[in-house]
Structure formats: C-alpha cells, structure tokens
Design a protein around this ligand. Structure first.
Ligand SMILES: [Zn+2]
Length: 267
C-alpha cells in the first residue's frame, strides 16, 4: 500500500499517468524530461492555476462526504469571501464552480445519469505493473463495471491544433490516462471496464457531458507506452541517464544559459 500517494518517495518508486504525460508529452503538453525530473525532485513546481482548485472543489462537492467538503473549505480559505455582503460565499473567480455543481445536480433532477457515473468507490488507489515497471493510479470513481474521471473543461466541443486537430481528450492525454487506469483495474479485478469522462464546462451557462472514450482510442494511447519508453523513464528517474531539455517549456526558459549568439533561422 502506498503511504503518501502524492509523496516524493511514491513518485520515484512508481510511474503514473501524469508522469507519462509529462515525459512522453501529449499534443497539448510539451514533453520535457528535464522539467519532469525537476518536478520529481521538487526543484520545479508547476504554476498552480485556480482551475486546479476549482476542479478539486467540484469533485469534493459532487462526490465527497460532508466531512470532506467541510475539510476542503477549511483548507482553501482563499476561495471563500471573508467580508462584505458575500461573506462565506465563494469568491467571484471561483463562482463558476458552484454553477458546475448545480448543473450536475440539475441533470439528476431531470432524470439524467451524469451523477450515476460518479457513483462507486472514490479516490481508489491502485497499483500494478506495466512492462515490468511499477505503476500507481488514483481513480476519481471506480464504479460497478466502469471507470469515471471527472474533468472541468473549457468547452467539451473545442478542437485544438498541433500537427492536426484534436479533441480535448486527446489534447490533454486523457486517453493515455484512461488506458493506464483501465489496465490497472484489469490487473486488480480481472475486468477490462469502459472509461468515461464526466465533463463540466467553465462556460456560462455550464455544459455537461458524459463521454465514453472508445476502446480503440485507449488501445492506441497504450501503444505509446512501450518497454523502451518505460525503460528510459526508469533510467532517468534513477539517474543513470541524463534528461534532455525541450528548450520551450517554463522550466527550460527559467534555466536557459546563453553561451553563444544564435544565428536567426529563416522560418
Ligand atoms: Zn523543457
């Protein structure tokens, strides 16, 4: 059992979907080995946007117990207004979170199945092995016969461009994440269950969607998780290999050293 799921020790001992997204990259995430390792060692901290806080707030309000909800509010005083007529309510920049929560409950009131896709074991930690390397995953929802990940997104229909057009699932590597989750669930239960994304948008009015990522998309994503790719990641984590730099990301911009002028290339 993993003592501290997000702790440094667990991150060195186990690979995870989020490590693969950073190290292999996705159409929307520039791969950078040096940044990923700097993050593991604690030298680099990814800038936290309030999008992340909104996501976990929506998650705990939709699926958490009353105690967990109370605890979350206590530990995020920055979200709650402390004075004026809105005292005790969410601050303006977080208010979209309440719209998303209301939208999900409205679906249930109207006979929709969105909330049912969030019913099951929550935050279940699974471990397993892929090509001889240990993996961990923490699932939003492990349902009876399905896996669901709750996402707060910009717009469920948005298409993104990078050498071709991508939906938000491919863009952010949620297909890769689903493939890893499905494999670890299979290794634990013997069942290969469908992977759903339960999405709420930050738009006004808020959009709601329940998307099954087709099995061929999950299989295709898993094809990138080759023995060679994982061996390389293991060697990087143990320090046997020097990480490469992407020279484009936040980390590479922060740590760049100018040793000679570059000749301007014709675009
Ligand atoms: Zn980089």
């Amino acid at each position: 059992m993993i003592e501290d799921y997000y702790g440094q020790q667990a991150n060195y001992e186990y690979m995870s979907a989020s490590q693969l997204k950073q190290l292999l990259g996705t159409p929307g995430i520039q791969a950078c080995e040096e940044r990923a390792l700097a993050e593991l060692s604690g030298q680099y901290v990814r800038p936290q946007s309030n999008a992340l806080t909104v996501g976990s707030y929506v998650d705990v309000m939709l699926t958490g117990t009353e105690d967990e909800q109370h605890e979350f509010r206590e530990s995020h005083p920055e979200m709650i207004s402390s004075r004026g007529p809105t005292k005790g309510q969410l601050k303006a920049e977080y208010r979209s979170a309440d719209d998303m929560i209301a939208r999900a409950f409205a679906d249930a009131d109207n006979g929709g199945i969105f909330m049912r896709a969030l019913t099951g074991e929550r935050q279940r930690v699974l471990t397993g092995e892929i090509h001889g390397h240990r993996f961990k995953a923490r699932l939003d929802v492990l349902g009876d016969g399905f896996i669901t990940d709750l996402k707060t997104v910009e717009n469920v229909n948005k298409r993104y461009y990078n050498d071709g057009w991508w939906d938000f699932i491919g863009w952010w590597g949620y297909d890769l994440q689903g493939a890893i989750y499905q494999e670890l669930v299979y290794q634990t239960t013997g069942n290969r269950w469908p992977f759903y994304i339960a999405a709420l948008s930050k738009q006004t009015p808020c959009d709601i969607d329940l998307i099954q990522v087709p099995q061929d998309r999950l299989d295709e994503a898993m094809e990138r998780v080759t023995p060679d790719a994982l061996d390389r990641i293991a060697a990087l984590k143990s320090g046997e290999l020097e990480p490469t730099r992407c020279e484009h990301c936040d980390w590479c911009r922060m740590t760049k050293v100018i040793r000679k002028p570059r000749i301007l290339e014709v675009v």
